[in-house]
Write a protein that binds this ligand. Sequence first.
Ligand code: ADP
Ligand code: MG
Length: 149
Amino acid sequence: MKIVTASPKETISLGRKFSSLLRKGDVVVLEGPLGAGKTTFIKGILSGLGIKKDMVISPSFTLIREYKAPKMMIYHIDLYRIENKKELINLGYQDYFYSPGGLSLIEWGQRIEGILPEYLKVRISFLGQNKRNIDMSTKGYLKKELIPL
Ligand code: ADP
Ligand code: MG
């Protein structure tokens, strides 16, 4: 499903709607160039799951930030600095993915798609200064209905 947003606000609002599809144990891979809006979309997801926007900081330097939402733990991961799958596995981050109590949101997640059996994918691309194309899909074995969006 593809949706065009015309402002960061619209992207946050779409992320909030998207969050209603998410359950414990889900993994969301976010793909798109620097500044596309991955973190912005995640702010919407987090807001939809009960985390205040001003609490959200991009984990570019920390690799991972954990949020305790009312219904589940949320792991916001940024793999921008990760060079390869082996490096990631060595760091032990696979423990987060599909965690029974948690939800993983992974920026630059396409770098590890090969080791993920099922996930939701959000691909963001630039259409203009404030316009973004946001393409949401399910991958692997995961069958989820995207219609509520
Ligand atoms: P990423 O995490 O992909 O590097 P960010 O979400 O941190 O990107 O940054 C996106 C930047 O683009 C922000 O400065 C935001 O204000 C701006 N922006 C402009 N238009 C949009 C839009 N339609 N959706 C999301 N962000 C937008
Ligand atoms: Mg980011």
